[in-house]
Write a protein that binds this ligand. Structure first.
Ligand code: OAD
Length: 235
């Protein structure tokens, strides 16, 4: 089957990291059932209550540092290495499990939990410690502006021009572990399909946009992603 495709774009979401122990957002017990996203995932929420927002992301960062990539991340990294065409992963996840599994051609469209951004001067840098409103920016020296370098609701996801170019050029679009509810990512399947790509969904259950996918495999990512990658690689 690998001979049929030359440019693959993979969109991943929280479901791919669920079996690594990182919570999803909208499933039963998901993060958005426990927290109001307006409080912890908007610039307005940060302006209202910085300690709350820092505590939320500090806890998630600590959880991430204890987590490890799973068989689904490993299969995607294997695909990038062994596929004869081009493989790009666009992830909505702020974890670093794709890169720890070995993926290199990767776009973090919603930012990265292990980076900090100064909201004043715009400088972004790797960051593994807790953040707080008492920290000063190592670049501009101003206190109170350090925040996680994650994209909040109402902000523009990263590298969108490049993403739309890649969606227009791909011949296979694979969506993994995402509910398909948050735009612009939820619109990528329609974009890829409009440009002639085959579209495939790998998710625990049918997503919001399931009818836009020509092939659908439903089950846990650690099972269905390695199976699908083996098929693509003709293993
Ligand atoms: P969601 O929580 O909305 O959806 C996770 C999807 O993963 C659901 O469709 C689940 O069925 C599926 N899933 C759960 N466990 C799985 C497993 N073991 N194997 C395969 N699939 C599984 O998460 P996202 O779609 O990633 O944005 O959410 C998109 C964005 O909404 C996030 O990037 C975040 C959030 O608010 C921001 O914070 C800006």
């Amino acid at each position: 089957m690998s001979g049929n495709f030359e440019r693959v774009v993979i969109l991943s979401g929280a479901g791919i990291s669920a079996e690594s122990g990182l919570g999803t957002f909208r499933d039963k017990d998901g993060l958005w059932t426990k927290y109001d996203l307006n409080d912890v995932a908007t610039p307005e929420g940060f302006a209202r209550n910085k300690p709350l927002v820092h505590a939320f992301y500090n806890a998630r960062r600590k959880g991430l540092l204890k987590a490890a990539p799973n068989a689904a991340h490993a299969a995607i990294a294997q695909l990038e290495t062994q596929f004869k065409g081009d493989v790009l992963v666009i992830t909505q996840n702020v974890d670093d499990l794709h890169e720890r599994a070995g993926s290199r051609n990767l776009i973090h469209m919603h930012g990265e939990l292990l980076r900090a951004l100064c909201a004043l001067c715009g400088e972004s840098r790797p960051w593994v410690e807790d953040l707080s409103e008492h920290l000063s920016c190592p670049s501009c020296g101003k206190t109170g502006y350090m925040r996680p370098d994650v994209v909040w609701f109402g902000e523009m996801p990263y590298r969108m021009d490049e993403i739309y170019d890649r969606l227009a050029a791909c011949d296979l679009f694979v969506s993994i572990g995402t509910s398909g509810t948050v735009y612009p990512a939820a619109g990528f399947v329609a974009e890829a399909r409009a440009h002639g790509a085959q579209t495939v969904e790998l998710n625990l259950e049918p997503s919001e946009g399931v009818t836009l996918f020509q092939r659908r495999h439903h089950g846990p990512a650690t099972k269905i992603v390695p199976e699908y990658v083996s098929e693509l690689l003709d293993l």
